[in-house]
Design a protein around this ligand. Structure first.
Ligand SMILES: Cc1ncc(COP(=O)(O)O)c(C=O)c1O
Length: 403
């Protein structure tokens, strides 16, 4: 059997991280992996999470099997976080706990493949590196649509032009906020246009909410999703608690299916549970139990999240200011209006390689940097480095192979 095993390339992101670890330069900068870091470069366990864990440990509840849909209090809390307290759509949705946001994406991909196997999945280009492989793994066809900068923000005309080929029943993946990798989010008006497009053309939105709270605020970041939920009969949602609760390794997320009314919900739940049953039976309890505690008394958690959001937004501003001061090309100023942890630098592959090899600055090959990975003392140097690298080549950013 193993003789027939095709050679699998190591994951490029983790391979890059391993190169970073072996790099002996003291002033190297890691802007690769999408985790939040505080001003000392740590990815802290939130205070609110530590308190919840202490309470859970003292209660020492049973570790017996849980429900296939996971932790009920978590599922209810997630649906309110995503749709808003008292939202009308709460009565016509079904939410199950999943193994992180990735698990939610895969369960929804399997759900789509079961219900609508001929649907094409439309994926932003550039896009989150794992969207396409997840959809392909479920046997679905994937096509890209452009998600690029205009002079003022998202080039919505390019996105909509590419989506003209989408057929009724096709699924369009949108990032709820803090688009990965570009940091370019739709304005309210652009969300309205995208929702109208889905409605007119019979497209099903799959909204991936992996960074709620890292853009403009916990409620503000859900505006697009909530608008879609009001306007459309069917919306799929994948959500992650990895970033906004810092529960990365606890693999905590949720998959939600919003329907026109509550009639199909029991069947939707049974179907989602059949899919999880054939994968991993049920999701792990610990992260969801923590999240459920945070939902009960959210103040400390929300204050910590807001502080993290402000730190990232502050670094963004500082970096944009430093780039302006050192005379870097104007196109870098898009960083200022972009949202969340990531931005896509206007640099090509050779420039990204030069950043790494010559200056010890690590971003991904497609130009993505994690703003949250930058320490306050590194901002000026990064700005000067970006200016130096950008003056050599004027190649436009290549279309990413993974998009
Ligand atoms: C857009 C997007 N979706 C989903 C995920 C997956 O999140 P999780 O780590 O919870 O699986 C990520 C993680 O980086 C992401 O950026």
């Amino acid at each position: 059997m193993l003789a027939a095993l095709p050679t699998a390339e190591p994951d490029p992101l983790w391979a890059l991280l391993s190169t970073f670890r072996q790099d002996r330069r003291a002033d190297k900068i890691d802007l690769v992996v999408g985790v939040y870091r505080d001003a000392s470069g740590q990815t802290p366990v939130m205070r609110a999470v530590q308190d919840a864990e202490a309470q859970l440990a003292s209660a020492a509840a049973s570790k017996s099997y849980r429900a296939l849909s996971g932790n009920t209090a978590f599922n209810e809390g997630m649906s309110r976080l995503l749709l808003g307290e008292g939202a009308e759509a709460l009565d016509r949705q079904c939410t199950i706990q999943t193994v992180g946001g990735t698990g939610a994406l895969r369960i929804l991909a399997d759900f789509i493949a079961l219900v609508s196997p001929r649907a094409t999945i439309w994926n932003t280009n550039p896009g989150y590196v794992n969207h396409r492989p997840i959809m392909l793994a479920a046997g679905l066809a994937v096509r890209p649509f452009r998600w690029q900068e205009s002079e003022t923000g998202l080039d919505i005309e390019a996105a909509i032009a590419d989506l003209q080929d989408a057929r009724p029943g096709d699924v369009i993946i949108l990032h709820g906020c803090c688009h990965n990798p570009t940091g370019t989010d739709p304005s309210a008006e652009e969300w309205r246009r995208l929702a109208a497009l889905c409605k007119d053309r019979g497209l099903i939105p799959l909204i991936d909410m992996a960074y709620q709270g890292f853009g403009d605020g916990i409620e503000e970041d859900a505006w697009g999703l909530r608008h879609f939920a009001k306007e459309l009969d069917t919306v799929l949602v994948a959500a992650s608690c990895s970033k906004n609760m810092g529960l990365y390794c606890e693999r905590t997320g949720a998959a939600m299916v919003i329907a026109a009314d509550n009639r199909p919900l029991a069947n939707v739940r049974a179907t989602l549970e059949r899919i999880t049953r054939a994968n991993y039976s049920m999701p792990p309890e610990h992260g969801a139990a923590i999240a459920a505690q945070l939902f009960e008394d959210p103040q400390t958690w929300l204050a910590e999240l807001e502080a993290s959001r402000e730190r990232v937004a502050g670094i963004r501003r500082d970096l944009a200011d430093a780039l302006a001061r050192c005379g870097a090309p104007e196109k870098f100023q898009a960083l200022r209006r972009q949202k969340g942890m990531f931005s896509l630098l206007p640099l090509d592959l050779s420039q990204m390689n030069r950043l790494r090899e010559e200056f010890g600055v690590y971003g991904t090959a497609n130009g993505r940097i994690n703003i949250a990975g930058l320490l306050p003392g590194e901002v000026e140097r990064l700005a000067r480095t970006l200016r130096a690298v950008s003056s050599v080549s004027s190649l436009v950013h290549p279309i990413k192979a993974n998009a």
